[in-house]
Design a protein around this ligand. Sequence first.
Ligand SMILES: *Cc1c(COP(=O)(O)O)cnc(C)c1O
Length: 223
Amino acid sequence: MTETATPADRLATVRATIDKAALRAARSADAVTLIAVSKTHSANEIRPLLEAGHRVFGENRVQEAAVKWPGLRADYPGVELHLIGQLQSNKAAEAVALFDAIHSVDRLSLVAALGKAMAQNGKFPDCFIQVDLADEPQKGGCAVGELPALLASARDAGLPVKGLMCVPPAGLNPAPWFAFLAKLAADHSLPGLSMGMSGDYATAVTLGATHIRVGTALFGARG
Ligand SMILES: *Cc1c(COP(=O)(O)O)cnc(C)c1O
């Protein structure tokens, strides 16, 4: 990435990398949703990607998204907003109202709050269960051993669970963690795999990612 690259250039570069990785794995690039992670970036930094035609974005904080996105959505129809960060149960109703998908469902109390919020709102965002593969509870995610019970509760509560999400440990080869998440998803007949960030999204695509969450490679470093 060069300093002079425009957001549209970066988008084209990321898309080309996805295409190549998908080809290597004999997958269709159309099966991969690129979530442009716009956390910390201002509405004016986000607009060029919207102008370039991109419509799928990710934020990690409800409050920040509530400030930035209503205006952008009014200007650019068809935006799809994904919540990728940890969610407090007391923000479940606001999250359901604001987001089209929630990637950080990771505990019973949150499942209950989301179920109630969805029933009240009549809006049912796609849900991903975040799994803590490497015993790093500070990142959020349910323990691998808790996944079957949490998944059953989520389905009982009426959450449309589409797949699993992970954030692998920093500094290690991500491939074994991505393969592990893919195995868990297959075991539970879940089609969605939210995995891969700026440093490793090509690897994630070759291992079956259906949703990649890319910030830095599109927007540059966060301040
Ligand atoms: C910030 C963030 C990303 C994007 O990270 P980059 O390295 O900037 O691509 C992806 N997933 C989660 C959960 C994040 O918090």
